[in-house]
Design a protein around this ligand. Structure first.
Ligand code: ZN
Length: 261
């Protein structure tokens, strides 16, 4: 809580490493667990420093708040950092899973023109329904060519190995491509398009606590609510199988701790 990044309220970038809500090293706080690591939303209760508490507005459904602290802030933080929070930008969202859907809703509510980009045509209807102004099919050359040089900011949520080159072609001069998915391999990037259009490739991970509160309040104000499905511990094995198979569900699973036993 003392390094420069923490002082700047970018706690997730702490020089001494952030403490993950779950599967993190227990370094401060009084988390009752015999597993040796933090258990996040699988805990019945935790004691944390007030700095790490978020106020959820009374008007906001509690079960929908969980995804705000994950998908919400993951998309809100780069939108805010790269200027889209003021609106008026052309924003692209690659991947229409949990992150992407939140990104479309947030970017639209901020007043931007939003392009949804997916490998799958059957995401089109849903993307347009939740607020995208345009849909681009990334596997279709004509569709990609039609959107060339049109975007200021592209948030890339793809979490599988992929090439960045095709997406750089969508950016306007001084455009930014922000990497948000957990891709472990290396990207091969030709620097020529970067030079020709003065492009930036960047990355972002969740956000600091002030920004997270801002995101929560923004979601409440604009009634941005992801579809959730309440489950108990008995459903977990099945849910993990579903998520392992393909993590692009339109619904976010929320564990009802009070109903678990
Ligand atoms: Zn720190």
């Amino acid at each position: 809580m003392e390094c420069q990044n923490c002082q700047d309220r970018e706690e997730h970038t702490c020089d001494n490493q952030m403490t993950g809500t779950y599967n993190g090293v227990i370094r401060h706080g009084h988390i009752q667990t015999n597993l040796g690591h933090t258990c996040g939303g699988y805990s019945r209760s935790q004691t944390v420093n007030e700095r790490y508490c978020i106020s959820i507005p009374d008007s906001y459904p509690l079960e929908a708040a969980g995804p705000v602290f994950c998908a919400g802030i993951t998309m809100y933080s780069p939108l805010s950092h790269w200027g889209a929070v003021k609106g008026g930008m052309n924003v692209g969202i690659i991947g229409i899973g949990g992150l992407g859907q939140m990104g479309i809703k947030l970017a639209k509510a901020m007043g931007n023109n939003v392009t949804a980009i997916s490998t799958s045509l059957n995401k089109k209807e849903h993307a347009l329904k939740i607020g995208a102004d345009r849909f681009v099919l990334s596997t279709d050359k004509e569709s990609m060519d039609g959107a060339a040089n049109s975007l200021d900011l592209v948030l890339n949520t793809i979490s599988a190995e992929h090439q960045l080159g095709p997406y750089l072609s969508l950016l306007k001069r001084d455009g930014k491509l922000v990497q948000l998915g957990f891709v472990l391999g290396n990207h091969q990037v030709s620097q020529f398009p970067l030079m020709m259009k003065r492009l930036t490739i960047a990355g972002s991970l969740i956000g600091g606590m002030l920004k997270t509160q801002e995101c929560m309040d923004f979601c409440a104000k604009h009634n941005i609510i992801l579809d959730t499905k309440m489950i108990t511990n008995k459903d977990l094995d099945q849910v993990y199988k579903i998520l392992d198979a393909k993590n692009d569900q339109a619904v976010r699973y929320v564990l009802d701790i009070e109903k678990c036993n």
